[in-house]
Design a protein. Structure first.
Length: 271
């Protein structure tokens, strides 16, 4: 007599899968919390660093072990399924399906969670910081959204970075052009070093971004607090192509600062 009844896995095996899955869910849930609610409240951050300084160590360790255990459980489960030719009752597939959903949450990029939260809850008190980050990462759609919500296009963060200087450092030419068209100040000097976006681009060797800035009125002869022009910074950091481009067109002079040397054998040194 022939039967098509599918035999399930032992209950202990399935229960183990659920227990491990619960631990993994704690770990993944903490990461998602960091990437959404905590990011919205505290601004852009390093998620792993924040996790280690904001959660109970026992919970994190248990969750991490649960995550590793779940991965091992899934691997063994797949091997057993292959041996059974993928015949198993629906209830035995549930831990596997839930594991895939957790994996999807875990591998969703931080920037996607960040934008999702900001679009739902609004820019909040850190909207300007989100704008600086989005511009530096060339996320045009998110930048447009934040500007539409009233964020300051010339905002300067604690490190002296503005949306325009961040985009310039990254060499994002279209973003640079877009920000300038929306009112970004091409000659704004940061409060820490006195550098303009053009100097930031030159320091990083971003010729394309520098050309866009110059086309939109950037001053090639402006100097930072050390007396360096954009050309001088390009030479200092050995970006020959952009240094040659600037020197052949503008012939700017640097205002070099002379400071006393610590060593008494020298009367002065060039900073």
């Amino acid at each position: 007599m022939r039967t098509d009844v599918t035999v399930g896995f032992p209950k202990a095996w399935t229960l183990t899968g659920y227990l491990l899955l619960g631990g993994a869910a704690v770990f993944v849930g903490r990461i998602v919390y960091e990437e959404t609610i905590r990011t919205w409240r505290s601004g852009p951050q390093m998620v792993g660093f924040a996790m280690m300084h904001g959660a109970l160590p026992f919970i994190l360790i248990a969750g991490f072990l649960g995550l590793l255990g779940t991965l091992l459980w899934v691997a063994v489960f797949l091997v057993l399924l292959i041996r059974r030719k993928f015949r198993a009752p629906a209830i035995d597939w549930i831990p596997m399906i839930l594991s895939l959903l957790l994996a999807a949450l875990l591998f969703t990029p931080y920037e996607a969670w960040e934008e999702f939260m900001v679009r739902i809850a609004g820019p909040g008190s850190h909207g300007n910081s989100f704008l600086v980050q989005a511009a530096a990462q060339d996320r045009r759609r998110f930048v447009t959204f934040l500007l539409r919500k009233g964020c300051n296009i010339n905002y300067e963060d604690g490190g002296g970075t503005t949306p325009l200087s961040g985009a310039s450092v990254g060499g994002h030419e279209e973003m640079v052009s877009f920000l300038v068209s929306k009112g970004a100040d091409v000659n704004r000097r940061d409060r820490l070093t006195g550098q303009t976006p053009l100097m930031a681009a030159a320091e990083m060797g971003q010729l394309g971004a520098a050309k866009v800035l110059l086309k939109n009125g950037a001053d090639p002869c402006a100097t930072n607090k050390e007396g360096h022009t954009a050309e001088g910074l390009a030479k200092k950091y050995r970006h020959g192509e952009i240094a040659e481009y600037l020197s052949s067109r503008f012939h700017c002079q640097e205002s070099v600062i002379i400071v006393p040397c610590v060593d008494s054998a020298f009367s002065a040194c060039v900073h």
